[in-house]
Design a protein around this ligand. Structure first.
Ligand SMILES: [Ca+2]
Length: 399
C-alpha cells in the first residue's frame, strides 16, 4: 500500500515540477523508501484502537477462592494449582481444597515487593523443581531486591532451596521489583526485574541490576551465549535492558520469543518482543510522562532503541500476560490477554500482522487482575485480587 502511494506521489511530482526539482524530489523519495524498509525490522507502533466491551460477556467460575493478593500461579501435572500470595504464603488448590505449602522464602514485604511469581520446571513431573521470584533482604545493604530461587516440592513442602539470582544492591524503595518467570524450549529460564524506582541509574546500565530481562540456564548458571558475556563489568545474566517494570511474560511457542508487558509511567505501558542484547529505551524514549504531567522526554523512538509492539495511553497498569493457543475460545485463539490492575479487567488484544486490530474488556469490574494463564486443559485462568483464581468459561455455540 505504501509503495502504491509513493508511486502516485512520484507521478504527481513529475508532472508538477521542472527538470532539476524532479531529480531532487525523486532522490528524497528514494531515501525515505529505504528508511521505511529499514524500519520494518523495528516498526514504530500504530496508535491502539479504542477498547470496547465484547458482544457477549464471558461467564466464569471460581476454582481457588479465599485469596487476598494472588500474585502468580502455575499448574501441577494433575491440573491442580500452586498460588503465591504477595504477603508471603504459597497455597496448593486441588478440587477446591486449599493446602498451605511450607518452606516459602523469607520476603522483604515493602511496597510492591513480596512473594511474586511461581512457575514449574518444564520437566517438573520428573524433578519436582519449582521456581519462585520474591523480594529478598539477602546482602549487606538495608532494604531488599528481587531474587529468583528454586526448590523441590515434596509432600506440601519446599525443600532443597537454592537462590539462583539476587539483584543488587538492596534498596528501601517500594517500587518496581518486576517480576515474572518464563521458560523457553531450549533449557533457559527468563525473569524480569523492574528499575527499583531508580530510573536514571539502573535501566540503561548493563553493569547494574534493575530494568532488565534476565536469562539463566535452568540450574542458575549463565548461558555462555548470553549477549553480555565477556563485556567488562556487565551483569552477564542480562538478556535485554531499558525496561521499567515488566510484570507480564510468556514464551511464544510459535516464534520462539519471550514476550513481555511492562508498566510505563503516566501513559506508556508497553508490550515488547524480547531480542537478545536490545535496549527497550526506558527512560530515554517513552510514550509516557511523569505522574505530575511534566515531560520525561519528547522522544518516543530512536535509532538505538527497540520499539514496543504496542503501547497504552492512558496506562492500564498491566500484569500477567498470555497468548491463547487453545481451541476452546475460537474468537480468542492466537490473540493476547493482559491483566489490568488499574481498570480491573482482562484485556483481549487481537493481532493481525503485528498490529493490534481490536481491544476488548473481559471479566470487567471483578478486581485488580494480577495474572493470566492458559491451563493444560486449554481453559483460561485469571488471578484476581480479593477473589482468587477464576476459570473463564467458553461461550457456547448453542447460546
Ligand atoms: Ca520502551
Amino acid at each position: 500500500m505504501k509503495r502504491i502511494l509513493l508511486l502516485i506521489g512520484i507521478v504527481f511530482i513529475f508532472s508538477a515540477c521542472g527538470e532539476n526539482e524532479k531529480s531532487e524530489e525523486k532522490a528524497e523519495i528514494e531515501v525515505k523508501t529505504e528508511k521505511t524498509n529499514q524500519d520494518s525490522e523495528n516498526p514504530v507502533p500504530e496508535k491502539q484502537p479504542e477498547i470496547v466491551s465484547p458482544e457477549r460477556e464471558y461467564q466464569h467460575e471460581v476454582v481457588a477462592g479465599d485469596m487476598s493478593i494472588p500474585w502468580g500461579f502455575d499448574f501441577l501435572p494433575d491440573g491442580s494449582i500452586l498460588i503465591t500470595e504477595k504477603g508471603g504464603d504459597i497455597f496448593h488448590y486441588k478440587n477446591g481444597v486449599k493446602t498451605a505449602i511450607s518452606g516459602a522464602p523469607e520476603i522483604y514485604n515493602q511496597g510492591q515487593g513480596g512473594l511474586l511469581d511461581i512457575a514449574l520446571h518444564p520437566d517438573y513431573e520428573n524433578n519436582n523443581w519449582v521456581y519462585i521470584t520474591y523480594s529478598s533482604t539477602k546482602g549487606e545493604a538495608e532494604g531488599g531486591n528481587t531474587a529468583l530461587m528454586r526448590a523441590k516440592l515434596e509432600n506440601n513442602q519446599l525443600t532443597n532451596s537454592e537462590v539462583l539470582y539476587k539483584a543488587e544492591p538492596n534498596s528501601t524503595r517500594g517500587q518496581h521489583f518486576g517480576s515474572r518467570i518464563a521458560f523457553d524450549d531450549k533449557g533457559h529460564v527468563f525473569f524480569s526485574i523492574g528499575d527499583r524506582g531508580n530510573r536514571d541509574v539502573n535501566p540503561q546500565d548493563i553493569t547494574r541490576d534493575g530494568g532488565k530481562i534476565y536469562r539463566l540456564n535452568l540450574d542458575g548458571s549463565i548461558p555462555s551465549d548470553n549477549p553480555f558475556v565477556g563485556v567488562e563489568n556487565a551483569k552477564e545474566a542480562i538478556y535485554s535492558y531499558g525496561h521499567r517494570n515488566p510484570q507480564g511474560m510468556f514464551f511464544n511457542q510459535e516464534t520462539g520469543e519471550i514476550w513481555v508487558n511492562e508498566h510505563g509511567p503516566k501513559g506508556g505501558d508497553e508490550i515488547n518482543v524480547i531480542k537478545p542484547g536490545k535496549n527497550y529505551g526506558w527512560p530515554v524514549v517513552t510514550y509516557g510522562e511523569n505522574y505530575d504531567g511534566t515531560t520525561i522526554t519528547e522522544d518516543r523512538t530512536g535509532p538505538k532503541f527497540q520499539n514496543p509492539l504496542t503501547y497504552w495511553v492512558p496506562s492500564i497498569a498491566p500484569s500477567g500476560f498470555e497468548k491463547v493457543t487453545s481451541d476452546k475460545y475460537p474468537e480468542l485463539k492466537g490473540n493476547l490477554l493482559v491483566g489490568s490492575l488499574k481498570f480491573q479487567y482482562l484485556e483481549h488484544l487481537a493481532l493481525e500482522n503485528g498490529d493490534v486490530t481490536k481491544r476488548e474488556k473481559l471479566l470487567e469490574g471483578m478486581g485488580r487482575l494480577r495474572d493470566v494463564q492458559q491451563g493444560p486443559d486449554g481453559f483460561i485462568y485469571a488471578a484476581i485480587e480479593g477473589t482468587g483464581i477464576v476459570r473463564v468459561l467458553p461461550i457456547e455455540e448453542t447460546e
